[in-house]
Design a protein around this ligand. Sequence first.
Ligand code: S5P
Length: 260
Amino acid sequence: MDRKNCSFESRITTTNHPLTRKLFEIMANKKTNLCVAADVTTTEELVSLADKVGPHICLLKTHIDILTNFSQDTIDKLRDLAAKHNFLLFEDRKFGDIGSTVANQYSGGAYKIVEWADLVTVHGLPGDGVIKGLVSAINGRTRGCVLVSQMSSSGALTSEEYVENCSKMAENHTYFVVGFVSQSSKSGDPRFILFTPGVRLGKTGDGLGQQYVTPRSAILERGADIIIVGRGITQASDPVAAAKEYREEAFDAYQERIKH
Ligand code: S5P
């Protein structure tokens, strides 16, 4: 069973991870494989964006530490909107330290990420202690992580060997890892979801190293399951219309892929 030829529905039973299953269900039922990167700097903008694009997304990705006015109210509102529109919360913290430190960063500090984020991003660089550390902070909650195995930025140091080693790490920790943030994947393992950022229509870069491909290219050529789109939506003159456009392009491309 090759991941790239399988429908999201048919992949539900390939995994025991409750959040991977939930995400496949949301994607299949809502007919969307769009994740919006909500890189805005105030709670008001974040909440307003989440409410507007909510009907079109399976996941809302945050960088909670770029908000200038974060409070518990931010989280209460995000969780309400996630329930209202049926999407998951994905904090792009890119944990990358020893297990003991990431456990504290995950559960403590100002953001208490473990209390509200269904999924978080993690670098495999420290070795699997980073995963064990995060898991030690979960305390019975249903949580998961996405391993950043390859970055979209030019000159990224994520070699082929690094990507391979991240795959092995994921296979050893399937109870926590739901998939990879990557630009491509050789893995056909249907349990793992491939999330691809660096997606934008009409632009190839941002002048600061980001490199873009189109939704069709991400899904059909690179094998993405979910596209992550930030400024293509947040900086559009009409973010809702843009979200609809990315959603349709991405879901059409996925449907085309599973036909073959
Ligand atoms: O390799 C990566 C990994 C990530 S998670 N490249 C990325 O761009 N990202 C994130 O995706 C990045 O932190 C940002 O939140 C989003 C891309 O934003 P955009 O505005 O360039 O679409």
